[in-house]
Design a protein around this ligand. Structure first.
Ligand code: SF4
Ligand code: SF4
Length: 83
């Protein structure tokens, strides 16, 4: 895994994958920091135990492929221990 830069371009890509993700939508993750780009910025401030896992779109995302990410669910688990 490579580290993902927090750029406007990557946020825009993320918006197309995290944005429609059922986990993102049903848990209203847009209302909590860091809102998007969890693979760069880390976990959602919404507590882990309060997030219902409804699936993850990260494996389809261009950022995921470009930076050779693994696992997904970065809003819940971040990237700690996976690098
Ligand atoms: S990191 Fe994965 S599970 Fe979390 S909102 Fe984005 S696509 Fe969904
Ligand atoms: S890998 Fe997941 S968190 Fe990272 S930009 Fe893509 S959809 Fe967003």
């Amino acid at each position: 895994m490579k580290s993902v830069p927090d750029t406007e371009e990557n946020v825009e890509i993320c918006r197309h994958f995290c944005g429609p993700c059922p986990t993102f939508q049903s848990n209203e993750l847009r209302k909590e920091e860091p809102k998007l780009l969890f693979c760069s910025r880390g976990v959602s401030k919404k507590p882990n135990e309060d997030i219902d896992d409804m699936g993850c779109n990260c494996p389809q995302c261009e950022v995921f492929e470009k930076y050779e990410l693994e696992g997904g669910w970065f809003c819940i688990h971040g990237t700690e221990g996976r690098q």
